[in-house]
Design a protein around this ligand. Sequence first.
Ligand code: FES
Length: 104
Amino acid sequence: MTVLCKTCEIPSQSARGFNLDGRALVAVHHNERFFVYENRCPHRGVELEWQPDQFFDFEGNFIQCATHGALFKIDTGECIAGPCNGQALTAVAFTQVDGQIILL
Ligand code: FES
C-alpha cells in the first residue's frame, strides 16, 4: 500500500505530478472526483506536462500533452485529438481513505 498524497494537496480543477521511485504519475482533481494516470503520453512515451504540475489545456477541460498537443479526457484518459487519437493514458488503480489517495 502506497500513499500517494492527501486529497487536500490537490486543489479542485488542478493536477499534480509525482515521481515514485522512477514511476511518473499524475493525479487529477476534477469536478469533485480524483483520477490517477501514468504520466506517459501513448504517442512517444514522454511525460505530459508543460511545466511542473501543468497538465491541462488552456480551458482546463482536457489533459494535454506538451509535446504534440494530444488531448485526453480527464475522466477516462482517452485521447480524443492528436497523434495518438483513440489510444489512452494508463489508469492507475487507487482508493481514497481518510482523505488520502492510496495506490492499490
Ligand atoms: S508525445 Fe504526446 S502527443 Fe506526441
